[in-house]
Design a protein around this ligand. Structure first.
Ligand SMILES: C[S@@+](CC[C@H](N)C(=O)[O-])C[C@H]1O[C@@H](n2cnc3c(N)ncnc32)[C@H](O)[C@@H]1O
Length: 242
């Protein structure tokens, strides 16, 4: 990726993410989870103005700024959040980490379902701000980790929730060994996914399936079945669940 770079300090035009989100996105109920409301992008949001500023406050003027995944509702996160709201016992009284939290939808569902503590790990700094605003809008508290924890040790939690994180080969290659270490530490791992290319199907047991729209397929995405899975050890590999 090549970028033409301008100095943010000199231009002084870097938007404040929280102000930008509040001013340019609309709070709306999530279609499959009306109990939860999120700051949602719309055609007039002009998100590109925000995402063109990178982690270092440098304006990136090029064709490929980091996509604002946090601004959208993903099928994998939507089904996992629905499942948690329908079965609060999955997380109630337990410590939960939402890996690749994006908007924070799954973590918010866990907090509303009675998790004793929710931590969201998200590498996009705008996403960290957005999920904080979304948590507040839903009356819940979520701690955030704004860095990649996948090369580190398992965090001190009981349940790891992973919404729609198997869309890229390199990311799946980092996430899988991390989830294995989490399993080894006794952490239950739940995955929500519409069947992305790098979903580790042979490691999954289907728990539930819901029809939700898939943002990854465009604005007029058709409803499609997406699954909630329990992730298991490689030594107990079973037949693909679907
Ligand atoms: C497709 S979105 C899914 C968001 C959310 N889980 C959901 O289902 O709505 C993937 C998110 O993972 C984040 N992400 C990618 N790699 C990550 C990593 N190594 N650690 C934490 N977050 C990551 C991206 O920035 C993005 O917000």
């Amino acid at each position: 990726m090549s970028h033409c770079i301008a100095d943010a300090v000199d231009t002084g035009t870097r938007p404040d993410p929280a102000e930008f989100i509040r001013a340019n996105m609309r709070i709306a109920a999530v279609p499959a989870i009306p109990e939860i409301r999120l700051y949602t992008a719309h055609p007039g949001s002009g998100l590109r103005r925000l995402v063109e500023w990178n982690q270092h406050g440098i304006e990136e003027v090029g064709p490929e700024p980091e996509p604002p995944y946090w601004a959208y509702i993903w099928a994998g996160g939507a089904v996992l959040a629905r499942y948690i709201m329908d079965r609060p016992e999955t997380v109630a009284g337990r410590r939960v980490l939402d890996l690749g939290a994006g908007s924070g939808l799954v973590g918010i569902a866990a907090a509303k379902a009675g998790a004793s503590e929710v931590v969201a790990a998200e590498i996009d700094r705008n996403g960290v701000v957005a999920l904080g605003l979304n948590a507040t809008a839903n009356g819940v508290v979520i701690a955030t980790i704004g860095e990649d924890i996948t090369s580190g040790p398992p965090p001190p939690v009981d349940v790891m929730v992973v919404g729609d994180l198997f869309y890229a080969h390199d990311l799946a290659g980092r996430v899988l060994p991390f989830l294995d270490r989490c399993l080894g530490a006794g952490i239950a791992v739940l995955i929500g996914d519409p069947g992305r290319a790098y979903l580790p199907r042979s490691r999954l047991r289907l728990l539930a399936e819901y029809e939700v729209p898939d943002v990854g397929e465009g604005r007029n995405a058709a409803m499609k079945p997406s699954g909630v899975f329990s992730f298991g050890p490689a030594s107990c590999e079973s037949r693909p669940s679907r």
